[in-house]
Design a protein around this ligand. Structure first.
Ligand SMILES: *[C@@H]1O[C@H](CO)[C@@H](O)[C@H](O)[C@H]1NC(C)=O
Ligand SMILES: *[C@@H]1O[C@H](CO)[C@@H](O)[C@H](O)[C@H]1NC(C)=O
Ligand SMILES: *[C@@H]1O[C@H](CO)[C@@H](O)[C@H](O)[C@H]1NC(C)=O
Ligand SMILES: *[C@@H]1O[C@H](CO)[C@@H](O)[C@H](O)[C@H]1NC(C)=O
Ligand SMILES: *[C@@H]1O[C@H](CO)[C@@H](O)[C@H](O)[C@H]1NC(C)=O
Ligand SMILES: *[C@@H]1O[C@H](CO)[C@@H](O)[C@H](O)[C@H]1NC(C)=O
Ligand SMILES: *[C@@H]1O[C@H](CO)[C@@H](O)[C@H](O)[C@H]1NC(C)=O
Ligand SMILES: *[C@@H]1O[C@H](CO)[C@@H](O)[C@H](O)[C@H]1NC(C)=O
Length: 744
């Protein structure tokens, strides 16, 4: 997912003038045609049904979306509301509600439940309406009353939240009453919020309440509290007394894989977000939640009165969703099918032998239309499809914030009263699916159940891939705020550290994959956990070969610098101190105005370091013009090659600001040096000399999207370079905000 930022201005004209500058030719009128490489694959119009065991429905002529048969593991059937575009769900099953148990003492003190409820509502509204107090202190006080209710009478919480939502209009789509009643019911946000209220630490001095009020609610009521610095005692204990890398580790060979000449080609996919309810002909520019649905409508063309799904008159549509996908919506099956075919036809003599998928299989939706079945459907359908597309090849996968129900809510294991098991429906589905497609054995599958959907596996000799569930440091996971004074309440970072230690001991190289980026513009992660992550990455820098993220849908990277003091905000951000780099893989979903992308890395088979990559994409925002009545489907292009685009570091060399520990080859990063942290850090130095590289990066960021606001002002260039040098959220937030996304 992505947060909305302030820049929404269209920049087609800017894009065009920039393209002119880049191409140096007056008749190359469009950015989109001047900044991409050759076509690599043209999809046929027919859906690749052979990639599926069987089809539930295949359209005659693109009048609707193909529907593959997808079965849950118990061989029953998914409900019709998961895949029938005209039978949308109205609520998740009530059985999916998970409520906390009351505390005995608080519960016993309640004599009259109705009077207690009325008093609580009065208390909270009294607090919220008391304008003599600051917004922040009102928010914290209201949370404390909420906690009292959640501990005494948890079942009252959802209803109270509905009342507050209606009174203060927290939700208003399609209208306040419907949205509030649906969103805060027990099986949607009511249950999880009751748990968070019950379990968080709202005592004075604890950071939970202030962080929730600053970052987790509809509005920002408090300043973000200062990040906690890790003490020497904490770090000594965390790293078992060995806080820096042992000499024998930094000095030893980084080669751990098999000896061979042929490079390893590795696929990076992210954020597919398949929408099995995508309705061809549905409203694209909708004001009604998820667009391209049979019930979507645009306020410009329709007054909002109810209509039967699919019955909106054509004259009352702003823009009808096309068969191949639409720039504001998630991926229809037709687009996913074309992406799979493109993967099978990507150029290159060497086979693709390994893949990483950095999360988000399921579609965006209003949370009351999300259910466990919707997520299980996406997990089973897409993992199986990838296996059937790619054949004999392992993908290592990670869960995204949309791969759960309700979206964003991932509870840790250490909640009391048996609630630590509430996500097992998800871990079990993932473990079973990964094992059935042969990507993990039963030992590794058990790790999925134990480590929040995360696991570690060794898909090749000398390589360990550690897959984290990034939701435990994600700003929009309300459970991530429970006991935030502990940077690792879930225990996942302890497990990460132990896995890294085991890899160091076994002389393995490691890739870390996770959905949410830890830093960049600082909008998505929490400070305390990402501070600890920066220290862990510093400690195991020679073992970690690379890091891969997804989530933002945009093509970005971030560099981690050496952190040892307990305060990662104090890192030098100098290229000689770069310790690791993370690449954010572009989404397959067009999501919010990005064009679908897939990436292939060229990797050193011995060191597992990335040597280069090719980025591919399809210009979905031209489909309407190009594919209407065409005898073919989407055309997939190469967008750019990493080394050819970014490998020229001669300007910083000439300016004397080049600082990487590598001798350039005629101004270029040498062919035998990997695109490692030193490279990406040095690139930011080059960008300071050549701001036009940041501008080009911004065009690639959303893959030539027509909605791209190109980054060419001094302010944007400076902020973007600052984001690239931010491994943690606190670092990213200290940069000028508002330039994280180029399309929002
Ligand atoms: C540029 O885009 C416009 C509108 O999409 C199209 O009509 C025109 O042919 C394009 N020009 C070039 C040179 O591709
Ligand atoms: C309401 O507020 C009063 C005074 O602050 C407090 O004593 C009481 O426990 C509160 N009641 C509830 C239900 O929160
Ligand atoms: C549908 O569009 C027509 C023509 O623009 C308009 O007159 C009518 O009010 C619209 N219907 C609704 C229910 O908004
Ligand atoms: C699959 O790959 C493995 C390891 O690369 C190889 O040993 C095996 O023979 C392959 N199987 C098939 C059917 O290609
Ligand atoms: C399972 O796979 C891992 C590699 O990730 C390997 O180390 C382990 O030996 C395998 N276990 C079994 C029982 O085959
Ligand atoms: C951490 O470092 C930053 C940057 O040097 C500094 O502004 C901040 O005050 C430090 N935090 C603490 C608690 O020392
Ligand atoms: C490398 O960049 C410099 C600007 O620093 C430019 O003059 C030179 O032409 C570039 N080299 C190539 C091969 O593009
Ligand atoms: C990156 O690779 C170069 C060349 O192998 C090496 O000198 C440098 O130390 C590496 N940087 C990091 C951070 O590992």
């Amino acid at each position: 997912m992505f947060r909305l930022t302030s820049c929404t201005a269209l920049a087609v004209s800017l894009t065009v003038s920039l393209a002119l500058a880049l191409a140096g030719s007056a008749d190359a009128a469009n950015a989109t045609t001047t900044t991409r490489g050759p076509a690599v694959f043209t999809a046929p119009t027919a859906f690749p049904t052979s990639l599926f065991a069987s089809m539930q429905w295949v359209p005659q002529s693109q009048e609707g979306q193909p529907q593959p048969f997808v079965r849950p593991h118990d061989s029953s059937a998914f409900p019709e509301t998961i895949t029938n575009p005209n039978a949308l769900p109205t609520a998740p099953p009530e059985s999916e509600a998970v409520m906390p148990k009351p505390s005995a003492a608080a519960h016993a003190a309640v004599k009259d439940k109705n009077a207690f409820r009325a008093a609580a509502l009065k208390n909270i509204t009294g607090i919220i309406d008391d304008k003599s107090k600051s917004k922040c202190s009102r928010c914290i006080s209201a949370l404390r009353v909420g906690q009292h209710v959640a501990r005494a009478e948890p079942e009252l919480v959802p209803g109270l939240l509905v009342d507050l939502c209606k009174r203060y209009k927290y939700q208003d789509k399609p209208d306040v009453k419907t949205a509030c009643e649906k969103m805060y019911q027990r099986s949607v946000w009511g249950g999880p919020y009751a748990q968070v209220l019950s379990f968080a630490d709202f005592s004075h001095g604890a950071p939970d309440a202030q962080n929730i009020c600053a970052l987790a609610l509809e509005d920002s009521f408090c300043d973000v509290p200062e990040m906690d610095v890790l003490s020497d005692e904490f770090l000594d204990k965390w790293f078992n007394g060995q806080r820096t890398e042992p000499k024998h580790v930094t000095k030893r060979s980084r080669k751990t894989g098999e000896t061979r000449k042929r490079p390893l080609r590795v696929l990076h996919l992210s954020d597919i977000h398949v929408d099995p309810r995508y309705a061809v002909g549905g409203e694209v520019d909708c004001d009604s939640g998820q667009c391209c649905r049979s019930n979507s409508w645009s306020a410009d063309k329709w007054d909002g009165s109810p209509f039967a799904p699919g019955d909106l008159p054509k004259a009352n549509l702003s823009k009808a969703a096309g068969y191949w996908g639409s720039a504001k919506c998630d991926s229809p099956w037709a687009l996913v099918g074309s992406a799979m075919q493109a993967l099978q036809h990507i150029e290159g003599a060497d086979p693709i032998e390994l893949g990483v998928f950095t999360g988000d299989l399921a579609t965006h939706d209003r949370d009351w239309q999300v259910s466990r079945d919707l997520v299980k459907y996406a997990e089973i359908a897409l993992y199986t499809l990838l296996k059937d597309t790619l054949g004999n090849m392992t993908m290592v996968v990670t869960l995204g914030n949309h791969d759960t129900a309700p979206a964003d809510f991932f509870a840790p294991h250490n909640l009391p009263d048996g609630l630590g098991d509430q996500m097992s429906w998800n871990w079990d589905t993932v473990a079973q699916t990964l094992e059935s497609v042969g990507w993990v054995n039963s030992t590794d599958a058990d790790k999925v159940r134990k480590h929040f959907g995360g696991y570690s596996t060794s898909p090749r000799k000398g390589l360990r891939v550690i897959s984290l569930n990034g939701d435990y440091y994600f700003r929009e996971n309300p459970f991530a705020y429970v006991h935030l004074a502990n940077p690792d309440f879930s225990g996942q970072l302890r497990w990460l550290t132990d896995e890294l230690q085991a890899a160091e001991d076994a002389h393995e190289r490691v890739w870390i994959i996770s959905h949410e980026e830890t830093g960049y513009s600082g909008e998505d992660a929490l400070d305390n956990p990402t501070n600890l992550i920066n220290h862990i990455i510093t400690r195991y820098a020679s073992t970690i070969a690379h890091i891969f993220f997804g989530h933002t849908h945009e093509d970005q990277f971030q560099v981690f610098y050496s952190a040892t003091s307990g305060n990662s905000t104090a890192v030098s951000r100098k290229t000689e101190d770069a310790v690791a780099a993370a690449l954010m893989g572009p989404s397959v979903s067009p999501g919010r105005y990005v064009n679908p992308g897939v990436r292939v890395y060229v990797v050193d088979p011995q060191t597992y370091e990335v040597l280069d990559y090719d980025q591919y994409y399809t210009q979905l925002d031209e489909f309407d013009d190009e594919l209407k009545n065409a005898a073919h489907g989407p055309v997939w292009h190469k967008l750019y090659n990493a080394r050819a685009t970014y490998g020229n570091l001669s300007a910083s060399e000439a300016a004397g600001t080049y600082r990487a520990p590598v001798q350039l080859d005629n101004g270029w990063w040498p062919k035998d040096a990997p695109l490692n942290a030193s490279f990406w850090a040095a690139l930011t130095d080059e960008m300071e000399q050549r701001p036009e590289l940041v501008t080009l990066h911004s065009i690639y960021q959303a893959r030539n999207s027509k909605k791209t606001v190109v980054c060419d002002s001094d302010e944007c260039v400076k902020a973007t370079i600052c984001y690239m040098r931010s491994g943690t959220s606190a670092l990213g937030r200290a940069c000028q905000s508002g330039f994280g996304s180029v399309v929002n």
